[in-house]
Write a protein that binds this ligand. Structure first.
Ligand code: SF4
Length: 954
């Protein structure tokens, strides 16, 4: 057997000792710094990535050159080097996790068909999936809400959950946290993250330790940066490669240092701080960069506050918002139930590496430094349409009034100013806080109806609070009324100080005799059970409940747009009167229609402000000068009267950091996963049997798979043009996530398979079924294929249609794709600038491939989508200079050749030959956007999945 080559930096493998005297090995950055002295001044986050590159330097996937390049990271160098980053683990949420599991299951089926052991296909790093994205707030304002919402969730998602159960027993390294435990990023903080990880021991049984790092298939994976873990969100294809042992490739980043000084003032919350940070960093344009916090202010803020800031990295555009490990991080590990051994090892490892402690000004060379004095932060909200649009609390009322009649281009609502204060009568009987509120939503299954009727209320257990009941009867509704008030999102629910502040404010409000306005849909959806446990122990939960904030679910709910519907009366009042209704939520995104299709003004705010605005009922109430409401005996109650003091919050924090509670709670993932989950019956076996389902189906990516790849670097000829797109085609244009139209190819297919319109669910929830997803590719109702001539008024038709050639017959892109494929005709898509922009969505590339599209030719590509296209075996080709499909005069009836000529090489020139209908032809040179040698291999293998599968089966 050939001997493995010696590690190029073998001398950097050293030993460290924990406080209890246990030994471990580690790849020492200090030792490496003897060769590359600038390492000591590198940003901490870069040094952690460097450790991974050093440790995984095998001369194949990771070379000595990679180590050298990263060790030479300079603050302001040109960024051309790619880093192969091998991560420690992968986390998934259920929307993105199901298709990924389907791919793994399909690989197992291939292995079995080829007579190999299915067990060959096994994630090489730990993979954790949290089921958090599916619960909706159908029920609220009642003690029954949690059970009822979960019951509906399980009925809607039964087939997906059965599939997950199969995955749990089939893969050794794949864990699922069932619904009802929490939100992926909070569970990641509280439970998954174990500090440092180890590889098997040497001859003397001494293991080698290394830092935690990860990628997740959710953009807010960056929350984990708050505890010093390097990690961020990626698309499913990249995550799949990472779990099967491939490095995540990235361009060496700039690192912006964010120096925090001073101290937050009394009454200012972590949410206020993160809204400041978001506004500052958006203006600094940190897209694609690492942000690293440092300085005495960073050292002083609590770990949950750091996590809140890390969480919103996607909102400020950075790849990460990173806080180095220090004493506070270690204390957090202790308080959240990690074992003594884990905590000791964690601290000892980081100290040995010289990575322990919050850096001070001057310690590190950053690309740029941004500064904030924490003492200047004031209570804030952000909105009404974007998370970076921060508004001082005291300016909210005037801001809303101004925006009401400003034009859309100025971020306004374009309404006649004289309508601002008009109010309209509304019947709200049963809207909130009584048994009628528990009436099932329209179309709810029968046993839910029975459950509502039969279930004994446990509200009596929480009756110590004594506020009067919510008013019933005729009330009015108007502009700026708060119609949704949601304590939601891991961004804030993982943070005990703001959650306790919400509870304390609720207590004082109830005691003062305040109530919530009846038109407000109130919900409490914490990111883990720990939150309700400490709110209960602190005696605060009953007060939140008294104000309607009953537990609606442990999941994303309103944050992912699962706010559930408003009452028909409220919806009608909004649409009939063009009302600008508001939502106030403790989430991180507020784009139009994300929270609710009828709510145009959505404000992000801290949990206590969410409660305060639910009481005030309208965002035009200036909480800095006007009463929040009238309390007992008609007395005005101001925000200052009910706002908790830091001392009150501190006194209650002791309930939130109870190591035993954390351990007991997360032990239940195994021992007591819940009655609904326990009743799900998954199939057993190493290979999935793919029962008939409109949610889960065997993906066709490995049809005709054989161990030797087809030669695929010769280009292709005679391709037809599927679409001519303009600039900024997003992944949502290519593969929408939202509702499925009845008349669309996906809708037609679902109906043909016996699915009623009411049960279509969304594209997001059907990502485990390629039959739906490929029909949904390019099916966004707003996409414009410029091949279709505009109408007489110059209006361009919207929707996923094309002109089939020859003959110019208009049809759905999906139908045309099937016809071309049946005829063996390849197809191409043309785009403009930033093709594939928006959130990373692997189905945008998977769908493109399944429609038989061989190449996308564009002026420029979004980074992840370009990589995903290569990963699915689709050629990304980039126009050079000022060239575009417009300058070529393409109309869509041409035939296209892609001539590669010689051996495939990264970034090589490729010839595009355009054959026109009049028999003339034109040649243009384009740049192949296969950027790295490993991507050449992926492409030659037909994509990353067959590439990895071949490696595993060999
Ligand atoms: S709560 Fe919001 S931010 Fe957190 S995982 Fe869910 S959708 Fe993402």
């Amino acid at each position: 057997m050939a001997k493995a080559p010696a590690h190029a930096f073998a001398s950097t493998l050293k030993t460290f000792k924990t406080a209890s005297g246990k030994s471990g090995k580690y790849w020492s950055l200090k030792e490496l710094a003897k060769q590359y002295p600038t390492i000591d001044r590198l940003p901490v986050s870069i040094r952690i990535v460097l450790e991974s590159v050093l440790r995984n330097c095998d001369g194949q996937k990771v070379s000595a050159k990679h180590v050298e390049e990263l060790a030479h990271w300079a603050p302001n160098a040109e960024r051309t080097d790619e880093i192969p980053f091998v991560v420690t683990r992968v986390v998934l949420q259920d929307f993105t996790g199901v298709p990924l599991l389907a791919d793994l299951a399909a690989m197992r089926s291939v292995a079995a068909k080829l007579g190999k052991s299915p067990k060959t296909i096994e994630p090489l790093v730990p993979v954790d999936l949290v089921v958090d994205h599916s619960v909706m707030v159908d029920y609220y304002g009642t003690p029954k809400a949690l059970d009822l919402n979960m019951k509906l969730e399980f009925q809607r998602n039964n087939e997906r959950y059965q599939f997950m159960k199969w995955g749990m027993q089939a893969f050794d390294t794949f864990r699922v946290v069932p619904p009802g435990f929490g939100i992926v990023h909070q569970v990641n903080l509280e439970y998954f993250a174990r500090g440092v990880y180890k590889s098997p021991g040497d001859a003397n049984d001494v293991p080698t330790y290394y830092p935690d790092s990860l990628v997740g298939t959710d953009s807010h994976t960056t929350m984990i940066n708050g505890i010093g873990v390097v990690g961020w969100g990626v698309g499913g294809i990249e995550a799949e490669a990472a779990m099967l042992g491939q490095p995540v490739y990235m361009l060496t980043p700039d690192v912006v240092g964010f120096e925090l000084t001073g101290k937050l003032r009394e009454g200012v919350t972590a949410t206020d701080l993160v809204l400041y940070v978001t506004a500052i960093l958006r203006a600094e344009k940190v897209v694609g960069k690492f942000v690293e916090f440092f300085g005495p202010g960073a050292a002083s803020i609590a770990v949950p506050d750091r996590a809140t800031i890390g969480n919103m990295a996607p909102e400020y555009g950075a790849t990460m918002g990173f806080f180095p490990v220090d004493d506070m991080t270690v204390a957090y590990f202790e308080g959240t139930g990690r074992t003594k051994e884990e905590v000791e090892r964690f601290a000892a490892y980081y100290k040995a590496q010289g990575l322990y402690g919050m850096p001070n000004p001057g310690d590190i060379d950053y690309t740029k430094i941004v500064r904030l004095d924490l003492g200047t932060v004031s209570p804030s909200l952000a909105g009404p349409k974007r998370p970076q649009d921060r508004i001082d609390l005291g300016h909210l009322a005037t801001k809303f009034s101004e925006l009401y009649s400003k034009p859309n281009e100025a971020n306004g609502f374009n309404q006649p100013a004289d309508k601002l204060k008009l109010r309209y009568p509304l019947s709200v009987n049963g809207v909130r806080g009584d048994d009628e509120a528990a009436a099932p939503p329209p179309g709810a299954p029968r046993d839910v109806v029975e459950m509502v009727a039969n279930r004994s209320t446990h509200a009596a257990a929480h009756t110590s609070a004594t506020a009067p009941p919510a008013p019933k009867g005729e009330v009015t509704i108007g502009n700026g009324d708060v119609l949704i008030a949601a304590i939601t999102s891991c961004t804030n629910t993982s943070n005990p100080s703001v959650m306790l502040a919400a509870g304390l404010l609720a207590k004082k409000a109830v005691e003062a005799g305040l109530t919530v306005k009846p038109h407000v849909k109130t919900s409490l959806a914490p990111g883990s059970r720990i939150v309700t446990e400490y709110l209960e122990k602190a005696g605060l939960l009953p007060y939140l409940e008294k104000l309607g904030f009953y537990l609606a679910g442990y999941g994303c709910t309103t944050c992912i747009g699962n706010a559930g519907d408003l009452t028909p009366e409220i919806n009608e009042a909004i649409t009939k009167n063009d009302l600008i209704g508001a939502a106030v939520l403790s989430g991180n995104r507020n784009f139009e229609a994300r929270i609710h299709p009828n709510l145009k003004a959505n404000f992000l705010a801290s949990p206590p402000l969410v409660v305060a605005f639910a009481i005030a009922g309208n965002v035009m109430t200036d909480l800095m000068t006007e009463p929040v409401g009238k309390g007992r005996n008609g007395k005005d109650v101001y925000l200052g009267d009910i706002w908790p003091t830091p001392k009150e919050i501190d006194e209650n924090l002791r309930y939130a950091m109870n190591a035993k509670s954390f351990r007991e709670n997360y032990d239940k993932v195994k021992t007591d996963p819940g009655k609904f989950w326990s009743s799900i019956e998954g199939t057993n076996g190493q290979v999935y049997d793919w029962p008939k389902s409109t949610y889960i189906a065997e993906p066709p990516f490995f049809e005709g798979f054989r161990m030797t790849p087809h030669a695929s670097d010769a280009g292709f000829k005679g391709a037809r043009v599927m679409a001519l797109f303009g600039d900024s085609i997003t992944t949502d244009h290519i593969s929408p996530a939202g509702s499925i139209k009845e008349s669309s190819p996906a809708g037609i297919w679902l109906k043909a398979h016996g699915v009623a319109k009411a049960d279509f669910n969304s594209y997001g929830s059907r990502r485990g079924n390629h039959d739906v997803m490929m029909r949904g590719t390019f099916a966004n109702v707003r996409i414009k294929n410029l091949m279709i001539p505009p109408d007489a008024n110059g209006t361009q038709e919207e929707g996923g249609v094309t002109l089939f050639q020859p003959g110019n017959e208009k049809m759905f892109i999906y139908d045309a794709a099937m016809k071309y494929m049946a005829q063996g005709v390849p197809t191409v898509v043309f785009g403009g600038e930033e093709y594939g922009t928006g959130s990373s969505r692997d189905w945008a590339a998977k769908g493109t491939q399944l429609l038989g599209i061989k190449a996308v030719v564009a002026r420029s590509f979004e980074r992840i989508h370009r990589a995903n296209l290569v990963g699915m075996g689709v050629l990304p080709l980039q126009f050079r200079g000022a060239d575009s499909w417009q300058t070529l005069g393409l109309t869509g009836d041409e035939k296209i050749d892609v001539v590669i000529g010689s051996e495939l090489k990264p970034q090589m020139d490729v010839k595009l030959v355009v054959h026109r209908a009049d028999d003339t032809h034109q040649e243009v040179t384009v740049r192949l956007r296969i950027d790295t040698p490993i991507e050449v291999d992926y492409y030659k293998h037909g994509g990353i999945l067959p590439f990895v599968l071949r490696q595993l089966l060999e």
